[in-house]
Ligand binder design. Structure first.
Ligand SMILES: *[C@@H]1O[C@H](CO)[C@@H](O)[C@H](O)[C@H]1NC(C)=O
Ligand SMILES: *[C@@H]1O[C@H](CO)[C@@H](O)[C@H](O)[C@H]1NC(C)=O
Ligand SMILES: *[C@@H]1O[C@H](CO)[C@@H](O)[C@H](O)[C@H]1NC(C)=O
Length: 780
């Protein structure tokens, strides 16, 4: 989101509404978020107040009663009230990426509730590869939003999260907000988080009540802030149909189709010459048509204005507003559409019925949130939530669980970790990230209920701790190297908390280097060589860093990646270091060497191009050297995995393929079109794959089994491998268990042709878990 303009029309409208209500109700309305169709509402008996009607029908009724100027006043993130119909103002823009956030206009933290649960930044949570955890986080965030709403601290329940763009380039400042580089992981994250937020699955049927509304952003192919003079506002991403089909769009598709998200946000980015928010192909044909979006399409903030000002896509503001609306945009974040909408209608550039369509989508979501059912407070299912439901013991322990389960152990030479607390009498804690509560939050954060910095976390385990920041900041232009080395020399154990901050990577800011900034590397090396024992290095970063120097340095005994771990981050790190928690996180992105920065960030191609030396991107296509691979992560225990091939019946049941044509146009291999197989056929082809996972000890722990698919070879644009599913399992030392991953050939065996059509090769495919493989033939 960029910066959005504010209006004061809403305040005036709120006042008017209050005047229309009885004086006691007016006092309540002034202090609370307002609601429609209550006992004193002038519209109580109108169809849009009739709870027994479907949300879409109620919304259409309401829209039909509005005057054109009233309608236009609804088309921004701050929607005006319509007092004569008893409709209060509404603020669409709230954020809940990893906890309710300051960003946006819908939430206030200045009332009874002054703190909310701050979960780890998403990339770290993604490293848990645990859908159940992601669901519970979404659920907790929406409960806290409902509580704020009931307390009059929220003027909306539409949360513009999650961010499910593919983390395509390691330099991207917002990669930290995403579930990583893999489309399957991002899709599963989207589904779990959205279901948690919304409190209902699509199985509940269209129009089901919503705990809160979630929004999948930013569709599509957005993953660049500012590179070499190219900004997200004027970047025209050249994306192949194939990359769109199998990389950039699948997370959004899952979010809408399987998650039932009630909003999609279009990006600033232009995709192949058309700004995303002006693309009817994307907004109408794809989101609504192909995916069946039941909700609204919002623009990134001021994207419509930018379409004209930065992208010069349409000649006048009125044309721009009309182009976006006709393409299928329902809500502009900002007030550009509210400012220019009436003129656009007067000039005949858009019709009132275009506005009606958008408003019906918008109000249907507000109806599903229960905002047109009278006072929702006090009534089931969410009306009873209040201050006691924010920062609960359960939410706090969920924040700790998420941080613990995300932390990735990258190096543990000679098993230096876990430490025995009775053996650590004194320790030096060095690093700018050791005692900075703000660094725990990453971006898009709110006021945390409490925070434990790494320093505080360690002080819970070690009595005698001496702390030195070492660097002045993450930029580390100045380092107290001599002082740090002296401290290390005189301490039994040394912990370094280094890494990045929002000064290197954030919205609007991409990195230009993957190395640790400034003098960080030389400080670490000097401290390590001065220390008595190998030191422990903990990295707080969003995106990956090239720490090749530390991998090979024997004086650096252990390395942890702790992302931006949220309010309980310091406690989670300490618990991992001292063995109260066995680490199980696995990297959700490839860690590239610094050399990767010679690749233009603007080159959107996922596939490598050996002819020009272009290395490709992500574990699916990148052919160069890595610092750490996607999925990498160590444990204190030794785990093994064994694929248990299917039973007696052939899997998948491909008998239905006998009647299908297997075409062969672009390769020597013939293939089936997924569209030809059809939804029923795809259902019939599904089969389970079982994996036996065993914990050989010595510690209790969790293990995430990642299952990949590979083709006989990676020719003709096939990925070298593709994650198809994952499952995590808790096991005691010596225990084993079977986990089941459902395989859907239509989804998992398919590959994108150059034109974006999905096909399944006839013949061999290999399921892979670790080094174990199971060959599966796909032919009748
Ligand atoms: C839109 O926002 C701008 C900047 O805050 C403000 O000057 C203008 O009055 C607003 N327009 C409307 C229609 O609210
Ligand atoms: C495979 O599917 C066919 C229908 O296409 C069905 O008749 C047959 O029983 C199935 N075979 C197995 C082993 O499930
Ligand atoms: C790749 O595998 C296919 C069979 O799936 C085979 O026909 C083709 O010759 C292989 N290509 C290479 C370069 O090995």
């Amino acid at each position: 989101m960029g910066t959005s303009s504010r209006r004061n029309a809403t305040t005036a409208a709120a006042l008017l509404l209050a005047l229309m209500l009885s004086s006691s109700a007016a006092r309540a309305a002034a202090a609370d978020p307002g609601f429609s169709c209550g006992l004193s509402s002038p519209s109580r008996s109108l169809p849009f107040c009739d709870r027994s009607l479907p949300a879409a029908q109620r919304a259409a009724d309401l829209v039909s009663r509005m005057m054109v100027a009233e309608k236009v006043s609804q088309m921004g993130d701050e929607a005006a009230g319509v007092p004569r119909l008893g409709v209060p103002p509404y603020k669409y823009w709230s954020e809940g990426l990893h906890g309710l956030a300051f960003w946006g206009h819908g939430l206030r933290f200045d009332g009874t509730v002054r703190g909310v649960t701050s979960f780890p930044q998403v990339l770290l949570t993604a490293a848990s590869f645990d859908e159940g955890l992601w669901f519970r986080i979404g659920q907790a965030i929406a409960r806290e939003a409902r509580a704020l709403y009931n307390l009059g601290q929220a003027e909306g329940l539409t949360i513009w999260s999650p961010n499910v763009n593919i983390f395509r380039d390691p330099r991207w400042g917002r990669g930290q907000e995403t579930p990583g580089e893999d489309p399957a992981t991002a899709g599963k994250y989207a589904v779990a988080f959205v279901r948690g937020i919304q409190g209902s699955s699509p199985a509940g049927g269209g129009g089901a009540p919503l705990q809160a509304s979630a929004c999948c952003k930013h569709a599509t192919s957005y993953d660049l802030e500012d590179w070499n003079g190219v900004q997200r506002y004027n970047f025209d991403a050249r994306v192949t149909a194939r990359d769109l089909a199998d990389t950039f769009n699948p997370p959004f598709r899952s979010c809408v189709v399987d998650g039932g998200a009630t909003c999609v946000m279009c990006a600033y980015t232009a995709v192949n010459g058309v700004p995303a928010c002006a693309s009817s192909d994307l907004l109408t044909r794809t989101f609504r048509g192909d995916w069946g979006l039941d909700g609204y399409v919002a623009s990134d903030c001021d994207a419509v204005a930018i379409m004209r000002d930065a992208q010069r896509y349409a000649p006048t503001p009125e044309d721009t507003v009309a182009v976006a609306l006709k393409a299928g945009l329902d809500l502009n974040c900002g007030n550009y559409t509210q400012e220019h909408g009436m003129a656009a209608i007067r000039q005949g550039k858009m019709m009132e019925k275009d506005v009606d369509k958008a408003l019906t989508n918008l109000f249907a979501v507000r109806m599903r949130l229960g905002h047109f059912d009278g006072d929702p407070r006090g009534s089931a299912p969410y009306g009873g939530l209040g201050a006691a439901d924010v920062c609960t013991a359960e939410h706090k322990s969920l924040a700790l669980e998420a941080a613990q389960d995300g932390i990735v152990l990258l190096k543990n030479d000679a098993g230096i970790l876990p430490l025995d607390r009775s053996a650590v009498g004194s320790a030096a804690v060095i690093g700018h990230n050791a005692n900075n509560p703000l660094v725990l939050s990453g971006n898009y954060f709110g006021p945390a209920c409490e925070t434990t910095t790494p320093l505080k976390g360690l002080q819970g385990y070690v009595k005698n701790v001496r702390f030195l920041a070492g660097c002045d900041s993450a930029a580390c232009g100045f380092a107290a190297t001599g002082q740090a080395a002296a401290l290390a020399r005189s301490s039994e154990f040394v912990f370094l908390f280094m890494g990045l901050s929002q000064d290197q990577e954030k919205e609007g800011l991409d990195r230009t280097s993957l190395l640790l900034p400034g003098k960080q590397q030389s400080l670490i090396t000097a401290v390590a060589s001065a220390a008595k024992r190998p030191v422990i290095l903990v990295l707080l970063t969003g995106g990956p860093v090239d720490i090749t120097f530390a991998q090979s340095n024997p004086k650096i005994g252990a390395i942890l990646w702790a992302g931006y771990p949220g309010q309980a981050g310091g406690l989670a790190i300490a618990r991992v270091l001292f063995g109260d928690h066995n680490p199980s996180g696995r990297l959700p992105v490839t860690w590239y060497p610094e050399d990767f920065t010679k690749v233009p960030m603007t080159d959107m191609r996922m596939r490598a191009d050996p002819a020009t030396g272009y290395p490709g991107r992500s574990y699916r296509f990148y052919t160069g050297k890595t610092v750490y691979k996607f999925g990498y992560g160590l444990s204190y225990s030794k785990f093994s995995r064994r694929l248990i091939a299917g039973g007696r019946n052939p899997v998948p049941n491909t008998s239905l393929l006998a009647g299908l044509p297997a075409t062969s146009k672009d390769t020597t291999v013939s293939y089936y079109h997924v569209d030809d197989i059809g939804a029923d056929g795809c259902e019939q082809l599904k089969f389970p794959a079982e994996v036996e996972v065993e914990n050989h000890g010595p510690m209790y722990g969790k293990h995430s089994v990642l299952m990949f698919l590979r083709w006989p070879n990676a020719t003709d644009g096939r990925p070298s491998s593709q994650l198809i599913g994952f499952r995590s399992q808790h096991l005691k030392a010596g225990e084993k268990a079977n986990v089941r991953i459902d395989v859907s050939p239509c989804e998992h065996f398919s590959r994108a042709r150059e034109d974006g059509r999905m096909v399944i090769d006839r013949g061999s495919h290999f399921l892979m878990v670790g080094r174990d493989e199971w060959e599966i033939s796909f032919e009748a």
